[in-house]
Design a protein around this ligand. Structure first.
Ligand SMILES: [Fe+2]
Ligand SMILES: [Fe+2]
Length: 371
């Protein structure tokens, strides 16, 4: 007797997702949303959540008194006819976040949605992010900005600098990737300017900065906030100086830090570095979050001493070292962060390891020397 061919539910789910991807290739936005919804419905029908594919389930710490939000960043989308892999990887992160239980209060998108600032890249990203069930807050990255200096990004997502309050915490979103004009004198076209900034080590560009206007805005925004209020700041680049040649750097970081100094606890979350990264300078905790596109290597000058070092990604698995993240914000505003790595066990870096350095909950030291 011929044995029936058995297809596992995971394989069936992957096949459904694959057909959604194929249909996505030549589709307008309305059609894309329809296909994506079909794939999501298929996953539900199989009783599958994307997290169930992870070798180890995400285990959360006991539910704290605070709240939780999720973080997706650095998708670097090309137009889908050029590169479908990064589209697929962003969709994977969206599925992961939609499968979280409980759902996050909101999702912060950390910048570099597009690769070369093209309208079609940004529109594709906006369409995919619309699939997220929780409210989405947007931040801009240099790859979104330097083709038209933010015209298209603004038309899709609004102003890149803003603040909001949530459950007793004051949140600030900054555009930290501004650069001094290096293009006018060189007579660069918009695309030449974009490609210059898109190169990791292209030293023709200038260092990132928040700039005087936004620092003035920040000063004003925070003037009405009591210093005991927990503060969470989102910036695309780290708001400190890590490695200038790759722009893992914000040139006016000290001036921004000085504005944040009077607050008891400040947490800064950034994208851009595409890797696990933790730092503390005085009252400010800094957290580098994962990319959905690819991981960058660590900067050659070493790591801040609080960093839990990420092992080198597997070069034969392009999704290794990628993923999304979650923050559990405690009532004092200090946060535990969970790195939801796709092909590795999740890693949690607790607030206590930063609050009481060397005393409790300190993560294992990195292998690289601290600078
Ligand atoms: Fe990036
Ligand atoms: Fe970036």
């Amino acid at each position: 007797m011929k044995r029936p061919r058995i297809t596992s539910v995971e394989t069936k789910w992957m096949q459904e997702r694959q057909s959604a991807m194929e249909a996505l290739r030549d589709m307008d936005r309305r059609g894309f949303l329809k296909v994506s919804a079909t794939a999501a419905a298929a996953a539900m029908a199989y009783g599958l959540a994307p997290h169930s594919f992870q070798p180890v389930r995400v285990t959360h710490a006991a539910e704290p008194a605070g709240f939780r939000f999720a973080y997706i960043s650095d998708s670097h989308l090309y137009e889908r006819k050029l590169n479908e892999r990064f589209v697929r990887q962003l969709m994977r992160a969206v599925d992961d976040v939609n499968a979280l239980d409980p759902q996050p209060d909101f999702v912060l998108y950390g910048g570099d949605l597009a690769q070369l600032g093209q309208p079609a890249e940004l529109e594709l990203g906006a369409a995919i992010l619309k699939e997220i069930k929780a409210p989405v807050r947007m931040m801009v990255g240099e790859h979104d900005w330097f083709l038209d200096l933010g015209v298209m990004w603004r038309s899709l997502f609004g102003e890149p600098t803003y603040s909001f309050d949530h459950k007793g915490v004051h949140f600030v979103v900054l555009n930290s990737i501004l650069e001094e004009d290096f293009w006018t004198e060189r007579k660069l076209t918009p695309m030449e300017r974009m490609k210059t900034v898109a190169g990791l080590d292209n030293n023709a560009q200038r260092p990132f900065m928040v700039g005087q206007d936004q620092r003035d805005w920040l000063q004003k925004d925070l003037a009405k906030i009591p210093k005991s209020t927990p503060l969470v700041v989102f910036s695309h680049s780290p708001l400190y100086k890590l490695y200038k040649f790759w722009n893992f750097w914000t040139d006016d970081a000290e001036q921004v830090q000085a504005i944040l100094k009077r607050f008891a606890h400040v947490t800064v979350l950034h994208g851009h570095t595409h890797q696990l990264l933790t730092n503390r300078i005085g009252n400010i905790h800094f957290h580098g979050m994962l990319s959905t596109a690819w991981p960058w290597p660590y900067a050659p000058e070493g790591l801040p001493e609080y960093t839990v070092q990420m092992s080198r990604p597997d070069p034969f698995n392009h999704a290794d070292g990628c993923g999304s993240g979650e923050m559990i914000v405690h009532p004092d505003g200090v946060a535990d962060k969970i790195y939801a790595l796709w092909n590795r066990n999740p890693i949690t870096v607790t607030a206590s390891s930063l609050k009481a350095p060397g005393k409790k909950g300190r993560p294992a030291p990195p292998n690289r020397p601290a600078y």
